[in-house]
Design a protein around this ligand. Structure first.
Ligand SMILES: [Zn+2]
Length: 630
């Protein structure tokens, strides 16, 4: 909490709300409290459970045909108290299947890129082999989901084995977060069948992926073997298990140096390709990776990408390092700086914001076709400017915390991951010399829709909207809200609460209520009035200077919150003698329904002009933020 300036008078109280209000909670959240899987203090409930799946995958990809074929064993742990009669298997590549529903934002798949979807060549659930996938009482497709009713329900607190063999054709165009990058490079995501999430809030997550909303996956261990033509290098989620089987001694030596080097090492450079020194003579073309407790696994391959890498101390207490890499096409000049940007991003995230050691042993930014995050991997298109590259790199790497460390249900509450990546990007990019033009990324986007019918209360399930409303709410409004919170609480209280939330919920599936409750408990302040306005009410950003008066030595400035969204008040007063006086009050001046505040000052100087706001504070109507003496 920030102390008000001594001369501030007005109708507000000197502390946060005295009348703690209750937030509306949906019936499924009420059930979670009742079942003690979650608590109204924000702490993880004593009956909290979550399911998980471990994946052993062997996958083969042939760039000549674009056919990907795989087989996997899934060990699924039903830790829930429920017996599961139904299983939902996600077939994300069916996004490219003819006739499947796609969203409006990123769902534009060209006719030529439509495919027949995933062919299931074998599906064994427990001891039962399923062969008919067009039989509603046994197994059927529902857009990108495969719904299966096994003969035997999966008992509560039991383990199930599944074997799946499948193949599909990887898209070469209409890249939505996956597909061919160029004729010798691919970013391959969402490529394996997996169990949907079954959780304590909604039961099965039966949402079909449509390209707009992002993901919600269980945590699990991945053991993956990727077979490729021998002239392809691979970058993937997880740690390399058999680099010796594939890379030349030249590359291996450089990779070893990068593991402990603060300076960028050109692990694979143009000379290595020219000298045919990238791969071992007897390379196997089979690449093995292991990743522990992650929500997804992806890989990228190329027969001509360069690879720059260095490592960063991410946990000073134990000296743990993270390898930060970029794999890129040398025709994209901006990419020569990306490995350095990745290094700096990981450094600032670990030590500055959110000030939590980077949660993964490595991160690779791949020169791709999108602007998308995956555990330990990023698929970023080349950018026209250095500024764009810095901001994009930082943003996508920030997602390592939200949603990946924190297990956010992004399909349902996009602001719980995009809002954080937005503010993370906006805080860290200036440290790297490239501040946001708008102060906070997507602030303008939010201002444009704020107060209109597309300005949707953030608590709304993200699955219910698309387009502009999705972008403005998930990114702009979410990111600004976190900044306003920090501005109001002050750094020490803000980080205390943020760290408590992260420490309690990493590796789990927090809901918005867990976030609200953790902040209320950790700060010792009931912030429900703040959550109510920012997440539930129809209010918009609009502060205005109502009046300014100067009676002898007493100056009075009245500020009105017309839009009723709680925002910090930054006021800059200029005097005719050339002096400037700045005032700042946190958004808590608007608690308890306060609509107007009065700032007073004793001075003999004459006011020339007054400016309200700064580049971080959104404001729908800025005309009334400036006052000039007549
Ligand atoms: Zn993002």
């Amino acid at each position: 909490m920030k102390k008000f300036y001594l001369l501030l008078i007005g109708t507000m109280l000197s502390t946060f709300s005295l009348n703690a209000q209750q937030l509306f909670s949906t019936t499924n959240i009420q059930s979670a409290y009742k079942n003690q899987t979650r608590t109204d203090s924000g702490a993880v409930g004593k009956n909290y459970w979550q399911n998980r799946g471990n994946y052993d995958i062997k996958v083969k990809f042939d760039p000549a045909t674009n056919i990907l074929s795989g087989q996997e064993t899934i060990t699924y742990y039903n830790n829930s108290p429920d017996s599961l009669k139904e299983l939902i298997i996600r077939l994300y590549p069916d996004f490219y299947k003819k006739g499947v529903h796609r969203g409006t934002l990123f769902g534009d798949v060209k006719e030529k890129d439509l495919t027949g979807g995933v062919s299931i060549d074998q599906l064994v659930i427990g001891n039962e082999t399923i062969t008919d996938f067009d039989k509603p009482e046994k197994a059927y497709h529902d857009n990108t989901n495969l719904i299966v009713y096994p003969n035997n329900a999966v008992a509560a607190k039991s383990k199930l084995n599944l074997i799946v063999k499948w193949h599909y054709t990887v898209n070469t165009g209409s890249q939505v977060r996956t597909g061919m990058i160029d004729s010798g490079s691919y970013f391959i995501a969402y490529f394996f069948p997996r169990l949907a999430v079954y959780d304590d809030i909604d039961g099965w997550d039966d949402w079909s992926y449509n390209g707009t909303q992002e993901f919600y996956n269980d945590f699990g261990n991945f053991n993956v073997e990727i077979s490729l033509p021998k002239d392809y290098a691979v970058w993937a989620t997880g740690e390399r298990q058999n680099s010796n089987d594939n890379f030349s001694s030249t590359v291996l030596k450089k990779l070893n140096i990068a593991d402990t080097s603060n300076k960028i090492i050109h692990v694979i450079d143009s000379a290595d390709y020219a000298n045919k020194a990238v791969f071992a003579d007897n390379a196997s073309g089979v690449w093995k990776f292991k990743a522990s407790y992650v929500t997804d696994f992806v890989f990228a391959i190329s027969n001509h990408y360069l690879w720059d890498a260095s490592s960063v101390i991410t946990d000073s207490a134990i000296g743990r390092r993270t390898l930060a890499s970029a794999a890129f096409n040398p025709i994209h000049k901006d990419y020569f700086d990306v490995a350095g940007q990745a290094h700096q991003s990981v450094y600032y995230m670990s030590h500055y914001y959110p000030k939590v050691p980077f949660p993964f042993p490595q991160i690779t930014v791949v020169d791709g076709t999108d602007q998308m995050e995956y555990p330990m991997m990023v698929n970023d298109n080349p950018t026209p400017t250095h500024k764009d590259a810095v901001q994009l790199t930082t943003h996508e790497i920030f997602h390592s915390y939200f949603p990946f460390y924190m297990g956010i249900n992004e399909t349902q509450y996009a602001w719980m991951d995009e809002g954080w990546a937005t503010i993370g990007e906006s805080v860290i990019s200036p440290k790297m010399g490239e501040p946001e033009d708008e102060g906070i990324f997507s602030k303008g986007r939010f201002e444009r829709i704020s107060g209109t019918d597309r300005d949707i209360p953030l608590i709304t399930n993200t699955k219910l909207y698309d387009g502009d409303a999705y972008l403005a709410n998930a990114y702009g409004k979410g990111g600004i809200c976190y900044w306003v919170l920090q501005d109001m609480l002050g750094d020490s209280l803000y980080f205390k609460a943020l760290h408590q939330y992260i420490n309690d919920w990493h590796g789990k599936h927090p809901t918005p209520y867990d976030f609200f409750n953790e902040f209320n408990t950790a700060t010792g302040i009931n912030l429900n009035w703040f959550w109510q306005k920012w997440f539930f009410d129809r209010v918009y950003p609009d502060l205005s200077i109502d009046s300014v008066s100067q009676n002898g030595q007493l100056v009075k400035i009245i500020i009105i919150n017309k839009g009723r969204l709680p925002l910090p008040v930054y006021v800059s007063v200029r005097y005719t003698n050339g002096h400037t006086r700045n005032f700042h009050y946190g958004a808590d001046v608007w608690s308890d329904g306060v609509k107007q505040i009065t700032i007073t000052e004793k001075t003999s100087a004459i006011i020339k002009s007054i400016m309200l706001g700064n580049d971080h504070v959104p404001d729908k109507f800025e005309k009334d933020n400036i006052w000039k003496a007549k």
